[in-house]
Design a protein around this ligand. Structure first.
Ligand code: SF4
Length: 442
C-alpha cells in the first residue's frame, strides 16, 4: 500500500541536511509520497528504510504479461475494489480450452472458429485473448498440439501440461511467445519453478485455499519466480467469489504481497448457459483470467460485452476517433452531418443515416467524448472547434457544395459557424430520429 508523506518521514534520518535538494526531510517525504522525486536522492537512508519505501511503491497487484506482440494480454496492476473509486485498468483475459485428444483437423477447426470470434461494439473491437492447450495424452501428443496451435494463432497460450516432459517440449516450441505455464502445485513446485525461470514464462500457482496459495507464492518469489497468477481449487460459486474477493481485498487493503497477483478461474459446465453465467460472475468479481470450454459465438459475445461494460472508465465517456466518416457510397455532393465524438451520439446518428439509405458523411468533432448539448455548454463544441475540424479533415476538398448540417439543438451557433467556416449552415433535426426524413427532403 502506498505510504503517506508522514509515514515516509518516519523512515527518513530527520537531519534536514538538504543534500536531497529539499530544505527539510519532511519536504522530501511529501514529494516522495507524490512520486515527484526518486528515493535515491537521499543518500542517508538505511537499507531497511530503503527496502520499505521500495516495497511500498510497488503496485499492490502485479502486472503480468502473457503472450507477445500486439495480442499480448496484460492483467493486474489494479488499484481499487470498486469501479466508481477510480476505474478497473486491465480487462480480464478470456480464453478457450482445447484438449490434445482432438485430431489435428479438429484442432484446426476450433482455431478457425476462434480466429473468427471478433465483434465490434460502440467503436471498440472485442475479442478473446487466450488459447489454453490441455494435455490428455502423452507429452509428444501435447507438444504436437501446441505446435499446431502456436503456428495458427497469435493469441497468448496457456500450457496446461500434465507432466514435466510435455511441458518442457511445449516451452521449447513456444520460445519467445511468453506462454503461461499451468500450473505449479505443492508437489511439483521446484521443478516447474525451474522451467518458469529457464523460459522466463509467467506461472499459475495452484493451492486449495488462499493460505496454501500464499505459502507457494512466497516460496516461488524467494526462488526468483515473480510473474505469478494464482488459482484456488474448484468449489461452489459462492465460495469461489469469496476467494476472488478476498484475494483482491487482502492485496489492496492489507498489502498482502503473497496474494498480490491476478487470479485465474476455469469454468467447465456441460450446460453452455450455466457455463456462461458462471464465467460472467467471475468476470464481474475480480477474475484476472477466465478459461472456458464453450466456443459458441453467442457465449463469447455475452462475456465480451459484459467485460467491456465493467472495464469502461466510469469517469470517461466512450469515444470514437474524431474524423470524417463516409457512410454508404458517398460522392462530392453527399450531405455532411456534424456530431460529437461521444460514441452514443455518433452511433445514434450513424444508425439513422444508414436507415435513410442516403449516402452521407458524418463529421465527428473532438469534444472529449461529450454529447452535443453537454459539449456546447462546456465550450467543447463551438464554431471555432468545428471550423478547425473542417480544415483538419479537408472538407472543402471532399465535397463541392460547401454546406453543413448541424444538430438542431445548437441552431444558435449557425451564424457564427457560417462566418468562421465559410460553409453554409443548415440546421438539422433536434432528435436523431428525424434524420431520415430530413435527409430525404434536403
Ligand atoms: S538528504 Fe535525506 S536526510 Fe538530508 S534532508 Fe534530504 S531526506 Fe533529509
Amino acid at each position: 500500500m502506498a505510504l503517506s508523506g508522514l509515514d515516509i518521514y518516519k523512515l527518513l534520518p530527520k537531519t534536514n541536511c538538504k543534500e536531497c535538494g529539499f530544505a527539510t526531510c519532511l519536504a522530501f517525504a511529501m514529494q516522495l509520497a507524490k512520486k515527484a522525486v526518486a528515493i535515491e536522492k537521499c543518500p542517508y537512508l538505511s537499507l531497511e528504510a530503503k527496502a520499505n519505501l521500495e516495497a511500498s511503491s510497488l503496485p499492490p497487484i502485479k502486472l503480468i504479461t502473457i503472450g507477445a506482440g500486439e495480442q499480448k494480454l496484460e492483467i493486474g496492476n489494479e488499484s481499487v475494489l470498486f469501479r466508481h473509486e477510480e476505474k478497473f485498468h486491465r480487462p480480464c483475459g478470456i480464453g478457450f480450452i482445447i484438449e490434445d485428444s482432438l485430431t489435428d483437423s479438429q484442432i484446426i477447426d476450433k482455431l478457425d472458429k476462434i480466429n473468427s470470434l471478433t465483434f465490434e461494439r460502440v467503436g471498440q473491437k472485442l475479442e478473446i485473448n487466450l488459447v489454453a492447450i490441455r494435455q490428455i495424452n502423452d507429452g509428444k501428443r501435447f507438444s504436437d498440439a501446441v505446435k499446431i496451435i502456436s503456428s495458427k494463432t497469435s493469441l497468448g497460450l496457456v500450457l496446461m501440461a500434465g507432466d514435466l516432459s510435455g511441458l518442457k517440449l511445449a516451452l521449447e516450441l513456444t520460445k519467445g511467445k511468453n506462454p503461461l505455464i499451468y500450473h505449479a502445485t505443492r508437489e511439483n513446485l521446484s521443478q516447474v519453478a525451474q522451467l518458469a525461470k529457464e523460459y522466463k514464462s509467467p506461472l499459475v500457482v495452484y493451492g486449495q485455499d488462499l493460505e496454501k496459495v500464499a505459502e507457494l507464492t512466497i516460496e516461488l518469489t524467494s526462488q526468483g519466480v515473480t510473474d505469478l497468477i494464482i488459482e484456488t481449487a474448484n468449489k461452489p460459486i459462492a465460495d469461489k467469489i469469496w476467494d476472488l474477493t478476498q484475494i483482491r481485498r487482502l492485496a489492496l487493503k492489507k498489502s498482502n504481497r503473497a496474494l498480490g497477483y491476478p487470479a485465474l478461474v476455469i469454468v467447465e459446465q456441460d450446460d453452455p448457459f450455466e457455463e456462461i453465467q458462471e464465467a460472467a460472475t467471475y468476470i464481474s468479481k475480480y477474475a484476472g483470467i477466465v478459461l472456458i470450454k464453450g466456443f459458441e459465438s453467442w457465449q463469447v459475445l455475452s462475456l465480451l460485452t459484459l467485460r467491456q461494460n465493467i472495464y469502461t472508465d466510469p469517469q470517461k465517456p466512450l469515444q470514437i476517433e474524431p474524423k470524417l466518416y463516409p457512410i454508404g457510397s458517398v460522392n462530392n455532393k453527399s450531405p455532411v452531418l456534424i456530431t460529437t465524438n461521444f460514441s452514443l451520439s455518433y452511433f445514434t446518428v450513424l444508425g439513422e443515416v444508414e436507415a435513410s439509405k442516403i449516402p452521407a458523411y458524418i463529421m465527428s468533432v473532438d469534444t472529449e467524448g461529450m454529447s452535443v448539448l453537454t459539449a456546447w455548454a462546456a465550450e467543447k463544441f463551438t464554431p471555432h472547434k468545428i471550423a478547425e475540424s473542417i480544415n483538419k479533415f479537408a472538407l472543402a476538398e471532399v465535397v463541392t457544395h460547401k454546406k453543413l448540417v448541424i444538430p438542431g439543438y445548437v441552431a444558435m451557433m449557425s451564424g457564427e459557424l457560417q462566418d468562421e467556416s465559410g460553409f453554409e449552415i443548415i440546421v438539422g433535426p433536434k432528435e436523431a430520429a428525424g434524420i431520415p426524413s430530413f435527409l430525404k427532403n434536403l
